[in-house]
Design a protein around this ligand. Structure first.
Ligand code: ZN
Length: 383
């Protein structure tokens, strides 16, 4: 689908869940306790310091824009959730994994700071399980619609519907292509299939489509949909131009780099090319937005962060190109790309990243691929 012009704007009606006429005090002015110690680091400024909300707590980062956190196992630790005042209720942006501690955190919010308020709609930036996990559960609970881009909704529906007893043959072929040894392929096969569905509540069978360039009125704010790609197929960011806010999802994170992987679904795609093009697109946004990311703290300095992300990938591509003086498989590139050995817990993600970078060099004409016994060997193109 060709990208639509950024000037295209379609007004979308407010949801029926927002009761008209129930005027309510704007209780949620920016929270004074949220600005204890602003600081700057690597060109970014963190106006609220290092103190994010606790589980079950909401901090208000701007008039009618609330911030809460849900637990995520592993190194991420949390996901940020944004709550947008919407008439008498709140619209929820992203929902957390469907795991007991995240459900408990929502229950604490509905019994605490959100008690007496309704939910008007559930918006999800992209299909990854920490974002969509509880979307169906929340939409069901409040009888409201899910709002997403079509690409992300289809991916989530597809992955939750794909139930089978054992991984498909393509999974082993992909791993063999990347250079995994047979023992590791077998160990992965033993883990089974369907881990996505195990942490995602049933995804609603219908949704409200968000498209690049749409304008969505939520409460007193107009949010413009800006779609990026590379981390996921059709990732929605929401930009409030007047209020200078950007809900960035995983499209821009302040400290960690988003995973950009060549995956099983589209093994001949160019996710890194899409990611770099999205960075260039996001650089056309104003630099003075307060960025609300899914992981880490809100920050200003969008352009500096986008430049750092692009430079990081371009630097790794150059190092990888040097490394291809002799044929290499994806698994031979981990140390060059990540500066360390990769264990079984990170092998899948590291493989996807390495494949994305190698595939980019191939499409760029800087590397060639030779397939031998199912394994992809990349080497520098002849000058
Ligand atoms: Zn993600």
């Amino acid at each position: 689908m060709p990208p639509r012009a950024a000037t295209t704007t379609r007004a979308l009606s407010t949801p029926s869940g927002a009761e008209a006429g129930a005027a309510r005090e704007p209780v949620n002015a920016p929270d004074a306790s949220l600005a204890p110690e602003p600081y700057s680091h690597r060109g970014l400024t963190y106006p609220f310091g290092r103190t994010g909300p606790e589980t079950g707590e909401i901090k208000w980062v701007a008039e009618g824009v609330g911030w809460t956190r849900l637990p995520v196992p592993g190194s991420l630790g949390h996901i940020n959730i944004w709550l947008l005042e919407d008439g008498d209720g709140v619209a929820i942006v992203d929902t957390g994994l469907d795991i007991p501690p995240a459900r408990a955190a929502w229950d604490a919010l509905f019994a605490g700071p959100l008690s007496g308020r309704t939910v008007t709609r559930v918006i999800v930036t992209h299909f990854h399980p920490d974002h969509i996990g509880l979307a169906g559960w929340l939409a069901d609970r409040f009888g409201v619609r899910l709002w997403m881009t079509r690409g992300e909704w289809l991916y989530a529906r597809m992955l939750t519907a794909d139930v089978r007893d054992a991984p498909p043959a393509e999974a082993a072929a992909y791993q063999r292509g990347a250079g995994w040894d047979e023992a590791d392929i077998e160990a992965e096969r033993q883990k089974g299939w369907g881990r996505f569905a195990s942490v995602v509540s049933p995804v609603p069978v219908g949704f409200v489509r968000l498209q690049d360039g749409d304008s969505v009125r939520i409460g007193a704010r107009d949010w413009r949909v800006v779609v990026g790609s590379g981390h996921s197929p059709e990732h929605a960011c929401l930009v409030d131009d007047a209020g200078k806010l950007m809900i960035a999802g995983d499209q821009v994170l302040p400290r960690i780099t988003s995973n950009v992987s060549l995956g099983l679904s589209e093994p001949e795609a160019d996710p890194l090319g899409e990611w770099l093009a999205s960075i260039a697109k996001l650089k056309t946004l104003p630099d003075d937005l307060l960025v609300l990311p899914s992981h880490g703290d809100p920050f200003t300095g969008l352009h500096a962060r986008l430049d750092a992300l692009a430079d990081g990938h371009l630097g790794r591509l150059d190092a990888l190109h040097d490394h291809l003086s002799e044929p290499r498989r994806a698994v031979d590139c981990f140390r060059i790309l990540f500066g360390r050995a990769i264990g079984p817990e990170n092998r899948g993600m590291a493989t996807g990243e390495a494949m994305a970078h190698l595939r980019y060099l191939e499409l760029d004409g800087r590397a060639v691929r030779d397939v031998r016994d199912g394994t992809w060997w990349f080497s520098r193109s002849a000058p």
